[in-house]
Design a protein around this ligand. Structure first.
Ligand code: ADP
Length: 624
């Protein structure tokens, strides 16, 4: 017998399971059935694809055994099974990022934490909510030895070799005193019906019941052994739509994808004709925890003629839809499809294209409340789609939402265009936007002053990391051009003549400012885009480096610093005073304060913080 220590995170999780989580404990049955279902899927696939198992007689099933005398419940499957190493790696360790993320999110508040269970696939460990001791007895298909894992939910577990005839797994749970409700056959039937009626394998309940046997005076109570199938066992997606209740769609989703929440939407489709396949897709109400990780677990399972093929293929639907859960069941693919075939298969490519269209259309049709939930959770992925899925870009642009200088909350591009189109005298089809990290700084950016004055709406894009890459790639939408306010002249700028005149008038001042600021600025020029601020900084749009910012970010590199252009506002008092200033020292100090403040207004750091602070206090003491 070998003793092992649980990985620290498992220890934490078990502690939580055994101590703080008491409501809704019945879900452990759902979780264990879900694991058994996966194990049967895997063996089913092995049998189909490997010579060694082809001739085995096998009827897949899950058995739930209740033992009142022993105070135990066992969940038994004849699936793929686990060997010693599997037990240590799958049960004794948390390898999955999702579960680690789960633990990081724990609050210590039992109610909230309980809500998190299942969402991250902590499945197996949920049995410790009801069990004081758990044995996992398992034999892996094709291997000689069987093993038993035992734990009482404290920091250690034991593994020993045991004898077990056929492949599969038994989860034996010795129930806590206060969990005896799960010895009651009615209670267990109810839970199975509720959550697992439509998994594709039969679930049997094996128990003893007290029954009246005999008649008349001979009648007496006797213990009778029962073994009954308690679920429907028809894969939900294979049933006709009109025979499925909402409730059934929801519970099927919860069982298979380990979510405690109802899905935001589902769509069930049967395609008939040249290609025959069924799809059932769900969108979770809360984005899966691993959604922003490279090692995310794909949510779509592929079946061929109702036989499970894989749930590890990330490209069954495009990456930007990686939050979608569901099933694709094809009648036309061969049963022994390999990964390579999957990736280049035309049938699958067609299913994928049709599925994207259906999913996006369903999203567009969500009611207002659900749509906002969708945007709250997935707007960023919609943007990712805009960048990567050219075919569906138009639809994605209809779905995406942005903040705006004009409206509260979020706006669609179509609504922006509608408002802009209604503006008097507006003929140009342009969508203005500003990008940065901080909403507040963006809203108060000097770059927006002229737009405010001219009553022109500007989209506020404060998801810089993503917007900086995605927005410039859009170019046009329904003939409207996307325009970055930082790279164009302000609206309603004077005609060329007037501009020239201003340039000449302030030529000396701009020259002097450039001399003082030296290499820290690319150029100093006069602008008409400002009304309230004395100056602003803008990137040099003619500098090829500036345009490559997104490429650098994509490669995970910092954008190299390119010098900025300082634009000054001739109508501002500070600028007119500067242009007539004789005190060289004061001019120099003021020039730096002007430039550093303009940088800060765009959310940048001053170049020299301590010098900036000193200058401010000098200037202040002068004026006080
Ligand atoms: P999840 O099911 O989300 O992967 P679990 O903690 O429930 O998380 O299970 C961890 C792993 O243990 C599973 O991924 C699977 O590899 C293995 N496992 C659990 N139960 C069984 C079972 N009945 N048969 C075979 N493997 C199992």
């Amino acid at each position: 017998m070998a003793k092992h220590k649980f990985q620290t995170e498992v220890g934490q999780l078990l502690h939580l399971m055994t101590h703080s989580l008491y409501s809704n404990r019945e879900i452990f049955i759902r979780e264990l059935i879900s694991n058994a279902n996966d194990a049967l899927d895997k063996f089913n696939h092995l049998k189909l694809t490997s010579e060694a198992f082809r001739d085995e007689e096998w009827s897949p099933k899950i058995t739930i055994k209740l033992d009142k005398d022993d105070n135990s419940i066992s969940i038994i499957d004849n699936g793929i099974g686990m060997n010693e190493q599997d037990l240590i790696e799958n049960i004794g360790t948390i390898a999955k990022s999702g579960t680690k993320a789960f633990i990081e999110q724990l609050t210590g508040d039992a109610k909230k934490d309980n809500n998190l269970i299942g969402q991250f696939g902590v499945g197996f460990y949920s049995v410790f909510m009801v069990a004081e001791k758990v044995d996992v007895i398992s034999k892996k298909a094709g291997e000689e030895n069987a093993y038993k894992f035992s734990s009482d939910g404290s920091g250690e577990f034991e593994i020993e070799q045991v004898v077990k005839e056929s492949h599969g797994t038994v989860i034996y749970a010795k129930l806590k005193e206060d969990a005896s409700e799960f010895l009651d056959s009615w209670r267990v039937k109810e839970v199975v019906k509720k959550y697992s009626d439509h998994i594709p394998y039969p679930i049997f309940l094996s128990y003893e019941s007290e029954e009246m046997v005999g008649e008349g005076d001979d009648a007496k109570m006797e213990k009778v052994k029962k073994n009954e199938q308690i679920n429907d066992a028809k894969a939900l997606w294979t049933l006709p739509k009109n025979e499925i209740e909402d409730k059934e769609y929801i519970e099927f989703y919860k069982t298979i994808w380990h979510d405690h929440e109802e899905p935001l939407l589902w769509l069930h489709n049967k395609a008939e004709g040249t290609m025959e396949y069924t799809t059932l897709f769900y969108i979770p109400k809360t984005a899966p925890a691993d959604i922003n990780r490279a090692d995310f677990k794909p949510g779509v399972k592929l079946y061929v003629k109702r036989v499970f093929i894989t749930d590890e293929e990330k490209e069954l639907i495009p990456l930007y839809l990686r939050f979608v859960r569901g099933v694709i069941d094809s009648e036309d693919l061969p049963l022994n499809v390999s990964r390579e075939i999957l990736q280049e298969n035309r049938i699958l490519a067609n299913i994928k294209q049709a599925s994207i269209k259906k999913i996006l259309n369903a999203i567009k049709k969500l009611d207002d409340e659900k749509f906002s939930t969708f945007i709250e959770q997935y707007n960023r992925l919609v943007k990712e789609g805009i960048y990567t899925d050219y075919t569906n870009r138009e639809t994605l642009l209809e779905i995406v939402r942005y903040k705006s200088s004009k409206v509260e909350g979020l706006t669609s591009l179509d609504d922006y265009m509608k408002r802009a189109g209604e503006r008097e005298g507006e003929t140009k089809k342009e969508i203005f936007y500003i990008i940065g990290e901080n909403e507040n700084i963006l809203r108060n950016s000097p770059l927006l002053e002229a737009y405010k004055k001219a009553d022109i709406e500007v989209l506020i894009m404060d998801d810089k990391e993503v917007d900086e890459i995605v927005t410039p790639s859009i170019g046009e939408y329904k003939e409207w051009k996307f325009v970055d306010v930082a790279t164009v002249d302000a609206p309603e700028s004077e005609d060329e003549e007037e501009k020239k005149q201003l340039d000449e008038e302030y030529a000396e001042l701009t020259k002097k400012l450039k001399e003082v600021l030296g290499e820290s600025v690319k150029e100093v020029k006069v602008t008409t885009r400002l009304t309230e601020s004395p100056g602003c900084v803008v990137p040099d749009s003619s500098d090829p480096m500036a345009g490559m910012a997104h490429l650098f970010r994509q490669m995970g590199q910092e954008m190299p610093q390119t010098p900025l252009i300082l634009e000054i506002n001739p109508k501002h008092e500070m600028i007119s005073k500067l242009s007539s200033m004789d005190d060289e020292k004061l001019f120099e100090e003021s020039a730096w304060v002007l430039y550093e403040s303009a940088r800060m207004a765009e959310g940048m750091e001053p170049i020299d913080k301590s010098a900036f602070a000193r200058r401010i206090s000098d200037l202040l003491s002068r004026s006080l």
